[in-house]
Design a protein around this ligand. Structure first.
Ligand code: ATP
Ligand code: MG
Ligand code: MG
Ligand code: MG
Length: 488
Protein backbone atom coordinates (compact mmCIF):
# COMPACT_ATOMS: atom_id res chain seq x y z
CA UNK A 1 0.00 0.00 0.00
CA UNK A 2 1.31 3.44 -0.93
CA UNK A 3 2.02 6.10 1.66
CA UNK A 4 -0.76 8.63 2.14
CA UNK A 5 -0.09 12.35 1.91
CA UNK A 6 -0.46 12.65 5.67
CA UNK A 7 2.04 9.83 6.22
CA UNK A 8 4.56 11.40 3.87
CA UNK A 9 4.32 14.72 5.72
CA UNK A 10 4.87 13.03 9.10
CA UNK A 11 7.75 10.90 7.85
CA UNK A 12 9.55 13.96 6.51
CA UNK A 13 9.13 15.93 9.73
CA UNK A 14 10.16 12.91 11.86
CA UNK A 15 13.27 12.31 9.80
CA UNK A 16 14.53 15.80 10.46
CA UNK A 17 13.28 15.86 14.07
CA UNK A 18 15.51 12.82 14.65
CA UNK A 19 18.36 14.91 13.28
CA UNK A 20 17.88 17.68 15.84
CA UNK A 21 15.54 19.87 13.84
CA UNK A 22 12.84 21.72 15.73
CA UNK A 23 9.45 20.84 14.23
CA UNK A 24 7.52 24.07 13.83
CA UNK A 25 3.89 24.45 12.74
CA UNK A 26 3.06 25.94 9.38
CA UNK A 27 2.94 29.72 9.50
CA UNK A 28 -0.18 31.53 8.27
CA UNK A 29 -0.74 32.11 4.58
CA UNK A 30 -0.80 35.77 5.56
CA UNK A 31 2.89 36.54 5.96
CA UNK A 32 4.28 38.83 8.64
CA UNK A 33 6.48 40.13 5.89
CA UNK A 34 4.72 43.14 4.34
CA UNK A 35 6.50 42.79 1.00
CA UNK A 36 4.65 39.72 -0.23
CA UNK A 37 0.91 39.15 -0.30
CA UNK A 38 0.87 35.48 0.56
CA UNK A 39 3.28 32.88 1.89
CA UNK A 40 4.93 31.48 -1.21
CA UNK A 41 7.71 29.33 0.24
CA UNK A 42 8.77 27.57 3.41
CA UNK A 43 11.61 30.02 3.91
CA UNK A 44 9.44 33.10 4.12
CA UNK A 45 8.69 32.91 7.86
CA UNK A 46 12.46 32.61 8.46
CA UNK A 47 13.38 35.59 6.34
CA UNK A 48 14.27 37.83 9.31
CA UNK A 49 16.68 35.13 10.50
CA UNK A 50 18.35 34.85 7.10
CA UNK A 51 18.62 38.64 7.03
CA UNK A 52 20.31 38.66 10.41
CA UNK A 53 17.48 40.70 11.91
CA UNK A 54 16.35 38.02 14.32
CA UNK A 55 18.36 35.53 16.35
CA UNK A 56 16.91 32.08 15.89
CA UNK A 57 15.87 30.05 18.93
CA UNK A 58 17.02 26.95 17.08
CA UNK A 59 19.87 26.25 14.72
CA UNK A 60 17.76 23.76 12.77
CA UNK A 61 14.09 23.69 11.94
CA UNK A 62 11.71 21.63 9.85
CA UNK A 63 8.22 22.54 8.66
CA UNK A 64 5.43 21.65 6.34
CA UNK A 65 4.47 25.10 5.12
CA UNK A 66 1.22 25.82 3.30
CA UNK A 67 1.95 28.01 0.31
CA UNK A 68 0.02 29.88 -2.35
CA UNK A 69 1.62 30.85 -5.65
CA UNK A 70 -0.66 32.81 -7.93
CA UNK A 71 2.08 33.00 -10.56
CA UNK A 72 1.34 29.34 -11.29
CA UNK A 73 -2.40 29.87 -11.81
CA UNK A 74 -2.23 29.39 -15.59
CA UNK A 75 -0.41 26.11 -15.02
CA UNK A 76 -3.11 24.73 -12.74
CA UNK A 77 -4.75 21.71 -14.33
CA UNK A 78 -2.54 22.05 -17.41
CA UNK A 79 0.75 20.76 -16.00
CA UNK A 80 0.88 17.68 -13.83
CA UNK A 81 2.69 19.43 -11.03
CA UNK A 82 1.60 23.03 -10.43
CA UNK A 83 -0.92 24.32 -7.95
CA UNK A 84 -1.92 27.60 -6.45
CA UNK A 85 -2.12 25.91 -3.02
CA UNK A 86 0.53 23.37 -2.06
CA UNK A 87 2.57 22.30 0.93
CA UNK A 88 6.31 22.72 1.00
CA UNK A 89 8.23 20.35 3.25
CA UNK A 90 11.45 21.95 4.35
CA UNK A 91 14.56 21.54 6.47
CA UNK A 92 16.46 24.65 7.46
CA UNK A 93 19.87 25.41 8.89
CA UNK A 94 20.59 28.80 10.38
CA UNK A 95 24.35 29.08 10.26
CA UNK A 96 24.68 25.44 11.25
CA UNK A 97 25.13 22.51 8.82
CA UNK A 98 25.73 23.30 5.19
CA UNK A 99 26.04 21.90 1.69
CA UNK A 100 27.51 18.47 2.33
CA UNK A 101 25.07 17.58 5.08
CA UNK A 102 22.04 19.01 3.28
CA UNK A 103 22.86 16.97 0.18
CA UNK A 104 23.50 13.80 2.19
CA UNK A 105 20.21 14.07 4.06
CA UNK A 106 18.33 15.05 0.90
CA UNK A 107 19.59 11.89 -0.74
CA UNK A 108 19.01 9.72 2.31
CA UNK A 109 15.38 10.72 2.78
CA UNK A 110 14.67 10.35 -0.94
CA UNK A 111 16.29 6.93 -1.35
CA UNK A 112 16.36 5.24 2.07
CA UNK A 113 13.22 6.65 3.63
CA UNK A 114 10.93 7.16 0.65
CA UNK A 115 12.61 4.29 -1.17
CA UNK A 116 13.17 5.98 -4.53
CA UNK A 117 15.65 4.06 -6.62
CA UNK A 118 18.85 6.01 -7.41
CA UNK A 119 18.26 4.87 -11.00
CA UNK A 120 15.20 7.14 -11.07
CA UNK A 121 16.96 10.23 -9.74
CA UNK A 122 18.71 13.04 -11.56
CA UNK A 123 20.16 16.08 -9.83
CA UNK A 124 20.97 19.58 -10.97
CA UNK A 125 23.53 22.01 -9.65
CA UNK A 126 24.27 25.62 -10.42
CA UNK A 127 26.60 26.00 -13.43
CA UNK A 128 29.55 27.25 -11.36
CA UNK A 129 28.96 25.19 -8.24
CA UNK A 130 31.81 22.68 -8.60
CA UNK A 131 31.61 21.97 -4.90
CA UNK A 132 28.04 20.66 -5.11
CA UNK A 133 28.88 18.76 -8.29
CA UNK A 134 31.76 17.02 -6.52
CA UNK A 135 29.66 16.14 -3.47
CA UNK A 136 26.97 14.50 -5.62
CA UNK A 137 29.55 12.60 -7.65
CA UNK A 138 32.15 11.61 -5.07
CA UNK A 139 30.27 11.34 -1.80
CA UNK A 140 26.83 10.28 -3.01
CA UNK A 141 27.92 8.38 -6.10
CA UNK A 142 25.60 9.91 -8.69
CA UNK A 143 26.99 9.24 -12.20
CA UNK A 144 28.30 12.43 -13.84
CA UNK A 145 25.84 12.07 -16.71
CA UNK A 146 23.00 12.38 -14.21
CA UNK A 147 24.27 15.61 -12.62
CA UNK A 148 23.14 18.52 -14.74
CA UNK A 149 24.54 22.03 -14.54
CA UNK A 150 21.81 24.66 -14.89
CA UNK A 151 22.00 28.42 -15.24
CA UNK A 152 21.01 31.26 -13.00
CA UNK A 153 17.32 31.20 -13.84
CA UNK A 154 16.81 27.77 -12.39
CA UNK A 155 19.61 27.29 -9.96
CA UNK A 156 20.70 30.49 -8.37
CA UNK A 157 18.52 31.84 -5.66
CA UNK A 158 18.60 35.56 -5.07
CA UNK A 159 16.15 37.40 -2.97
CA UNK A 160 16.62 40.65 -4.76
CA UNK A 161 19.35 42.68 -6.41
CA UNK A 162 21.36 42.69 -3.19
CA UNK A 163 21.46 40.59 -0.02
CA UNK A 164 21.87 36.91 0.85
CA UNK A 165 21.90 34.59 -2.14
CA UNK A 166 23.41 31.38 -3.36
CA UNK A 167 23.32 28.41 -5.67
CA UNK A 168 20.64 25.71 -5.58
CA UNK A 169 20.66 22.03 -6.28
CA UNK A 170 17.50 20.20 -7.26
CA UNK A 171 16.47 16.57 -7.20
CA UNK A 172 14.32 15.32 -10.07
CA UNK A 173 12.45 12.06 -10.44
CA UNK A 174 12.98 10.32 -13.77
CA UNK A 175 9.90 8.36 -14.86
CA UNK A 176 11.76 6.93 -17.87
CA UNK A 177 15.37 6.06 -17.08
CA UNK A 178 15.26 3.60 -19.99
CA UNK A 179 15.41 6.60 -22.34
CA UNK A 180 19.07 6.87 -21.43
CA UNK A 181 21.49 9.35 -19.91
CA UNK A 182 22.38 10.90 -23.29
CA UNK A 183 19.02 12.58 -23.72
CA UNK A 184 18.46 14.20 -20.37
CA UNK A 185 16.35 17.33 -20.76
CA UNK A 186 15.07 18.38 -17.35
CA UNK A 187 12.44 20.60 -18.96
CA UNK A 188 10.77 17.54 -20.45
CA UNK A 189 7.89 16.99 -18.04
CA UNK A 190 6.82 13.77 -19.69
CA UNK A 191 10.00 12.33 -18.22
CA UNK A 192 11.10 14.45 -15.25
CA UNK A 193 9.58 16.15 -12.24
CA UNK A 194 11.46 18.45 -9.88
CA UNK A 195 10.45 17.57 -6.33
CA UNK A 196 13.18 18.83 -3.97
CA UNK A 197 15.16 22.03 -4.09
CA UNK A 198 18.16 22.70 -1.84
CA UNK A 199 19.26 26.31 -1.54
CA UNK A 200 22.77 27.02 -0.30
CA UNK A 201 22.66 30.56 0.99
CA UNK A 202 26.36 31.32 1.04
CA UNK A 203 26.94 34.82 -0.36
CA UNK A 204 25.99 38.38 0.22
CA UNK A 205 25.64 40.45 -2.93
CA UNK A 206 26.49 44.13 -2.61
CA UNK A 207 25.20 47.04 -4.67
CA UNK A 208 27.96 46.64 -7.27
CA UNK A 209 27.07 42.98 -7.77
CA UNK A 210 30.07 41.61 -5.87
CA UNK A 211 29.57 38.33 -4.04
CA UNK A 212 31.24 37.92 -0.66
CA UNK A 213 30.93 34.75 1.41
CA UNK A 214 28.45 34.98 4.29
CA UNK A 215 29.78 34.35 7.77
CA UNK A 216 26.70 32.38 8.67
CA UNK A 217 25.82 30.10 5.80
CA UNK A 218 22.23 28.90 5.70
CA UNK A 219 20.31 26.01 4.24
CA UNK A 220 16.80 26.46 2.88
CA UNK A 221 15.05 23.55 1.22
CA UNK A 222 11.67 22.75 -0.25
CA UNK A 223 10.07 19.46 -1.20
CA UNK A 224 6.62 19.68 -2.76
CA UNK A 225 4.32 17.38 -0.78
CA UNK A 226 1.91 16.84 -3.66
CA UNK A 227 4.80 16.06 -6.01
CA UNK A 228 6.45 13.46 -3.81
CA UNK A 229 2.96 12.05 -3.23
CA UNK A 230 2.41 11.76 -6.99
CA UNK A 231 5.68 9.85 -7.29
CA UNK A 232 5.10 7.55 -4.32
CA UNK A 233 1.42 6.91 -5.05
CA UNK A 234 2.26 6.18 -8.69
CA UNK A 235 -0.49 8.37 -10.09
CA UNK A 236 -0.20 10.32 -13.35
CA UNK A 237 -0.30 13.81 -11.78
CA UNK A 238 -0.49 15.66 -8.45
CA UNK A 239 -4.24 16.00 -8.80
CA UNK A 240 -4.87 12.30 -8.55
CA UNK A 241 -3.10 11.96 -5.19
CA UNK A 242 -5.14 11.41 -2.05
CA UNK A 243 -4.44 15.02 -1.09
CA UNK A 244 -6.66 16.41 -3.85
CA UNK A 245 -8.56 13.71 -5.73
CA UNK A 246 -11.48 13.37 -3.28
CA UNK A 247 -12.32 17.05 -3.94
CA UNK A 248 -12.36 16.36 -7.67
CA UNK A 249 -14.63 13.39 -7.09
CA UNK A 250 -17.06 15.49 -5.08
CA UNK A 251 -17.23 18.07 -7.88
CA UNK A 252 -17.64 15.36 -10.52
CA UNK A 253 -20.41 13.78 -8.51
CA UNK A 254 -22.29 17.09 -8.22
CA UNK A 255 -21.92 17.57 -11.99
CA UNK A 256 -23.07 13.99 -12.58
CA UNK A 257 -19.91 13.09 -14.50
CA UNK A 258 -17.00 10.71 -14.09
CA UNK A 259 -13.45 12.06 -13.96
CA UNK A 260 -11.70 9.17 -15.67
CA UNK A 261 -14.03 9.03 -18.67
CA UNK A 262 -14.15 12.83 -19.10
CA UNK A 263 -12.49 14.66 -21.97
CA UNK A 264 -9.33 16.72 -21.41
CA UNK A 265 -11.15 20.03 -21.10
CA UNK A 266 -13.48 18.71 -18.42
CA UNK A 267 -10.54 17.22 -16.56
CA UNK A 268 -8.82 20.60 -16.54
CA UNK A 269 -11.94 22.19 -15.04
CA UNK A 270 -12.15 19.50 -12.39
CA UNK A 271 -8.48 20.00 -11.54
CA UNK A 272 -8.90 23.76 -11.31
CA UNK A 273 -11.76 23.20 -8.88
CA UNK A 274 -9.71 20.66 -6.90
CA UNK A 275 -6.83 23.09 -6.64
CA UNK A 276 -8.62 26.36 -6.01
CA UNK A 277 -10.94 24.94 -3.39
CA UNK A 278 -7.93 24.04 -1.26
CA UNK A 279 -6.58 27.58 -1.70
CA UNK A 280 -9.78 29.31 -0.72
CA UNK A 281 -10.47 27.04 2.24
CA UNK A 282 -7.04 27.71 3.73
CA UNK A 283 -7.12 31.41 2.89
CA UNK A 284 -10.43 31.92 4.67
CA UNK A 285 -9.21 29.73 7.55
CA UNK A 286 -6.31 32.19 7.83
CA UNK A 287 -8.77 35.06 8.14
CA UNK A 288 -8.64 36.44 4.62
CA UNK A 289 -11.93 37.93 3.40
CA UNK A 290 -12.92 38.38 -0.22
CA UNK A 291 -12.54 41.96 -1.44
CA UNK A 292 -11.27 43.99 -4.36
CA UNK A 293 -7.77 44.62 -3.09
CA UNK A 294 -4.71 42.68 -2.18
CA UNK A 295 -5.08 39.13 -0.96
CA UNK A 296 -8.84 39.56 -0.65
CA UNK A 297 -8.87 40.09 -4.40
CA UNK A 298 -6.85 36.92 -4.93
CA UNK A 299 -9.43 35.07 -2.86
CA UNK A 300 -12.35 36.54 -4.81
CA UNK A 301 -10.85 35.64 -8.17
CA UNK A 302 -10.11 32.09 -7.03
CA UNK A 303 -13.68 31.60 -5.81
CA UNK A 304 -15.02 32.96 -9.10
CA UNK A 305 -12.85 30.60 -11.06
CA UNK A 306 -14.24 27.70 -9.04
CA UNK A 307 -17.79 28.80 -9.85
CA UNK A 308 -17.01 29.34 -13.54
CA UNK A 309 -15.36 25.99 -13.93
CA UNK A 310 -18.32 24.46 -12.15
CA UNK A 311 -20.59 25.98 -14.84
CA UNK A 312 -18.29 24.67 -17.55
CA UNK A 313 -18.74 21.12 -16.34
CA UNK A 314 -22.49 21.54 -16.10
CA UNK A 315 -23.13 22.53 -12.49
CA UNK A 316 -25.82 25.20 -12.45
CA UNK A 317 -26.59 25.77 -8.78
CA UNK A 318 -24.48 26.61 -5.76
CA UNK A 319 -21.91 23.97 -4.93
CA UNK A 320 -18.80 25.52 -3.39
CA UNK A 321 -19.65 24.72 0.23
CA UNK A 322 -20.02 21.05 -0.69
CA UNK A 323 -16.60 20.80 -2.30
CA UNK A 324 -15.17 22.88 0.54
CA UNK A 325 -16.49 20.31 3.00
CA UNK A 326 -14.40 17.63 1.30
CA UNK A 327 -11.33 19.89 1.40
CA UNK A 328 -11.89 20.62 5.09
CA UNK A 329 -12.21 16.94 5.90
CA UNK A 330 -9.00 16.18 4.01
CA UNK A 331 -6.90 18.76 5.80
CA UNK A 332 -8.33 18.85 9.28
CA UNK A 333 -5.90 16.36 10.83
CA UNK A 334 -2.85 18.36 9.78
CA UNK A 335 -4.53 21.78 10.06
CA UNK A 336 -7.09 21.76 12.88
CA UNK A 337 -7.79 25.47 12.39
CA UNK A 338 -9.57 24.62 9.16
CA UNK A 339 -12.36 22.70 10.91
CA UNK A 340 -12.53 25.35 13.61
CA UNK A 341 -13.19 27.93 10.91
CA UNK A 342 -15.70 25.75 9.06
CA UNK A 343 -18.65 28.06 9.61
CA UNK A 344 -16.75 31.16 8.50
CA UNK A 345 -15.38 29.35 5.45
CA UNK A 346 -18.80 28.19 4.31
CA UNK A 347 -20.49 31.52 4.97
CA UNK A 348 -17.87 33.42 2.99
CA UNK A 349 -18.07 30.98 0.10
CA UNK A 350 -21.84 31.06 0.03
CA UNK A 351 -21.95 34.84 -0.03
CA UNK A 352 -19.33 35.17 -2.74
CA UNK A 353 -20.83 32.44 -4.84
CA UNK A 354 -24.37 33.78 -4.80
CA UNK A 355 -23.18 37.33 -5.51
CA UNK A 356 -21.13 36.07 -8.39
CA UNK A 357 -23.98 34.01 -9.78
CA UNK A 358 -26.00 37.23 -9.88
CA UNK A 359 -23.13 38.93 -11.73
CA UNK A 360 -23.14 36.07 -14.17
CA UNK A 361 -26.84 36.66 -14.71
CA UNK A 362 -26.20 40.34 -15.43
CA UNK A 363 -23.48 39.30 -17.87
CA UNK A 364 -25.93 37.07 -19.65
CA UNK A 365 -28.34 40.00 -20.02
CA UNK A 366 -25.54 42.15 -21.39
CA UNK A 367 -24.64 39.48 -23.87
CA UNK A 368 -28.27 39.36 -24.96
CA UNK A 369 -28.15 43.06 -25.70
CA UNK A 370 -24.95 42.68 -27.69
CA UNK A 371 -26.55 39.89 -29.68
CA UNK A 372 -29.70 41.89 -30.31
CA UNK A 373 -27.62 44.82 -31.50
CA UNK A 374 -25.90 42.64 -34.07
CA UNK A 375 -28.71 40.38 -35.14
CA UNK A 376 -31.15 42.84 -36.77
CA UNK A 377 -28.48 43.96 -39.25
CA UNK A 378 -27.62 40.44 -40.05
CA UNK A 379 -31.23 39.52 -40.47
CA UNK A 380 -31.85 42.47 -42.78
CA UNK A 381 -28.98 41.44 -44.99
CA UNK A 382 -29.96 37.85 -44.90
CA UNK A 383 -33.62 38.43 -45.74
CA UNK A 384 -34.42 37.26 -49.18
CA UNK A 385 -35.35 40.47 -50.90
CA UNK A 386 -37.66 40.08 -53.87
CA UNK A 387 -36.21 43.22 -55.40
CA UNK A 388 -32.61 42.35 -54.85
CA UNK A 389 -33.01 38.80 -55.93
CA UNK A 390 -33.81 39.83 -59.46
CA UNK A 391 -30.36 41.14 -60.19
CA UNK A 392 -28.28 40.06 -57.23
CA UNK A 393 -27.49 36.65 -55.88
CA UNK A 394 -26.31 37.34 -52.41
CA UNK A 395 -23.19 35.43 -51.56
CA UNK A 396 -23.26 34.11 -48.01
CA UNK A 397 -22.46 37.08 -45.78
CA UNK A 398 -19.52 36.76 -43.44
CA UNK A 399 -20.87 35.92 -40.03
CA UNK A 400 -21.21 38.88 -37.73
CA UNK A 401 -18.81 38.93 -34.85
CA UNK A 402 -19.15 39.72 -31.21
CA UNK A 403 -16.23 42.07 -30.82
CA UNK A 404 -13.10 41.10 -28.92
CA UNK A 405 -13.63 43.99 -26.56
CA UNK A 406 -17.21 42.94 -25.73
CA UNK A 407 -16.10 39.37 -25.14
CA UNK A 408 -13.24 40.56 -22.98
CA UNK A 409 -15.48 42.85 -20.94
CA UNK A 410 -17.82 39.95 -20.37
CA UNK A 411 -14.84 37.89 -19.26
CA UNK A 412 -13.10 40.46 -17.13
CA UNK A 413 -16.01 42.30 -15.53
CA UNK A 414 -18.71 39.66 -15.56
CA UNK A 415 -16.53 36.60 -15.20
CA UNK A 416 -17.74 35.07 -18.45
CA UNK A 417 -15.37 32.44 -19.75
CA UNK A 418 -14.73 32.87 -23.47
CA UNK A 419 -16.21 29.41 -24.04
CA UNK A 420 -19.49 30.50 -22.48
CA UNK A 421 -19.70 33.60 -24.67
CA UNK A 422 -18.91 31.49 -27.73
CA UNK A 423 -21.53 28.96 -26.84
CA UNK A 424 -24.28 31.53 -26.42
CA UNK A 425 -23.10 33.34 -29.55
CA UNK A 426 -23.26 30.12 -31.55
CA UNK A 427 -26.82 29.50 -30.43
CA UNK A 428 -27.60 32.85 -32.06
CA UNK A 429 -25.68 32.13 -35.24
CA UNK A 430 -22.86 34.46 -34.27
CA UNK A 431 -19.15 34.12 -33.75
CA UNK A 432 -16.78 35.73 -31.30
CA UNK A 433 -13.75 37.64 -32.50
CA UNK A 434 -11.28 35.42 -30.67
CA UNK A 435 -8.23 37.24 -32.02
CA UNK A 436 -9.59 40.52 -30.72
CA UNK A 437 -10.32 38.86 -27.40
CA UNK A 438 -6.77 37.51 -27.17
CA UNK A 439 -5.38 40.94 -28.00
CA UNK A 440 -7.34 42.47 -25.10
CA UNK A 441 -6.16 39.65 -22.85
CA UNK A 442 -2.56 40.28 -23.88
CA UNK A 443 -2.92 43.93 -22.97
CA UNK A 444 -3.97 42.91 -19.49
CA UNK A 445 -1.06 40.48 -19.15
CA UNK A 446 1.26 43.35 -20.03
CA UNK A 447 -0.34 45.54 -17.39
CA UNK A 448 0.21 42.82 -14.81
CA UNK A 449 3.78 42.21 -15.92
CA UNK A 450 4.63 45.80 -15.23
CA UNK A 451 3.77 45.27 -11.61
CA UNK A 452 5.38 42.05 -10.46
CA UNK A 453 6.99 41.74 -7.09
CA UNK A 454 9.93 39.65 -5.99
CA UNK A 455 10.92 38.56 -2.54
CA UNK A 456 13.49 41.14 -1.72
CA UNK A 457 15.52 40.33 1.34
CA UNK A 458 17.36 43.63 1.46
CA UNK A 459 16.40 46.18 4.02
CA UNK A 460 15.99 48.95 1.46
CA UNK A 461 14.04 46.59 -0.74
CA UNK A 462 11.70 45.85 2.11
CA UNK A 463 11.16 49.53 2.79
CA UNK A 464 10.49 50.22 -0.88
CA UNK A 465 8.02 47.39 -1.08
CA UNK A 466 6.33 48.50 2.09
CA UNK A 467 5.90 51.97 0.67
CA UNK A 468 4.51 50.53 -2.55
CA UNK A 469 2.22 48.35 -0.58
CA UNK A 470 0.74 51.23 1.31
CA UNK A 471 0.01 53.04 -1.94
CA UNK A 472 -1.21 50.01 -3.75
CA UNK A 473 -4.90 50.08 -4.52
CA UNK A 474 -5.04 47.01 -6.66
CA UNK A 475 -3.32 43.68 -6.54
CA UNK A 476 -1.61 42.73 -9.73
CA UNK A 477 0.70 39.94 -8.77
CA UNK A 478 3.93 38.77 -7.30
CA UNK A 479 6.25 35.89 -7.60
CA UNK A 480 9.40 34.52 -6.14
CA UNK A 481 11.15 34.08 -9.42
CA UNK A 482 10.12 37.45 -10.81
CA UNK A 483 7.97 35.59 -13.29
CA UNK A 484 4.73 37.24 -14.16
CA UNK A 485 1.99 36.78 -11.68
CA UNK A 486 -1.61 37.35 -12.28
CA UNK A 487 -4.78 35.99 -10.95
CA UNK A 488 -6.80 35.49 -14.09
P1 ATP B 1 8.91 24.36 -11.00
O1 ATP B 1 10.22 24.59 -11.71
O2 ATP B 1 8.38 22.98 -11.17
O3 ATP B 1 7.90 25.43 -11.29
P2 ATP B 1 10.06 25.74 -8.79
O4 ATP B 1 11.50 25.62 -9.16
O5 ATP B 1 9.36 27.00 -9.15
O6 ATP B 1 9.23 24.49 -9.42
P3 ATP B 1 10.78 26.03 -6.03
O7 ATP B 1 10.59 27.50 -5.97
O8 ATP B 1 12.17 25.51 -6.15
O9 ATP B 1 9.88 25.45 -7.24
O10 ATP B 1 10.02 25.38 -4.79
C1 ATP B 1 10.49 24.24 -4.10
C2 ATP B 1 9.60 23.04 -4.33
O11 ATP B 1 8.24 23.33 -4.08
C3 ATP B 1 9.64 22.52 -5.75
O12 ATP B 1 10.75 21.67 -5.96
C4 ATP B 1 8.32 21.78 -5.84
O13 ATP B 1 8.44 20.48 -5.29
C5 ATP B 1 7.40 22.60 -4.97
N1 ATP B 1 6.58 23.55 -5.76
C6 ATP B 1 6.96 24.75 -6.25
N2 ATP B 1 5.96 25.37 -6.90
C7 ATP B 1 4.90 24.53 -6.82
C8 ATP B 1 3.56 24.61 -7.30
N3 ATP B 1 3.09 25.67 -7.96
N4 ATP B 1 2.74 23.57 -7.03
C9 ATP B 1 3.18 22.48 -6.35
N5 ATP B 1 4.43 22.36 -5.89
C10 ATP B 1 5.29 23.37 -6.11
MG1 MG C 1 7.93 27.41 -10.56
MG1 MG D 1 12.23 24.77 -11.01
MG1 MG E 1 13.21 24.96 -7.93
Amino acid sequence: QHLSGNEIRNIFLDFFAQRSHQVLPSASLVPEDPTVLLTIAGMLPFKPIFLGQRTPEFKRATTSQKCIRTNDIENVGRTKRHHTFFEMLGNFSFGDYFKEQAIAWGWEISTQVFGLSPKNLVVSVFRDDDEAFAIWRDQIGVPEARIKRLGEDDNFWASGPTGPCGPCSEIYYDFHPERGDENIDLEDDTRFIEFYNLVFMQYNRDATGNLTPLQNKNIDTGMGLERIAQILQKVPNNYETDLIFPIIQTAAQIAGIDYHSSDEKTKVSLKVIGDHVRSVVHMIADEIRASNVGRGYVLRRLIRRVVRHGRLIGISGEFTTQVAETAIALSESAYPNVRQREAAIKAELQREESNFLRTLDRGEKLLDEVINRISPIQQENDLPSPIREEYYHPSPLPKQNISGLDAFTLYDTYGFPLELTQEIAAENGLEVDVEGFNAEMQKQVERAKAAHETIDLTVQGSLDKLAEHIHATEFLGYSQSAATAKVE
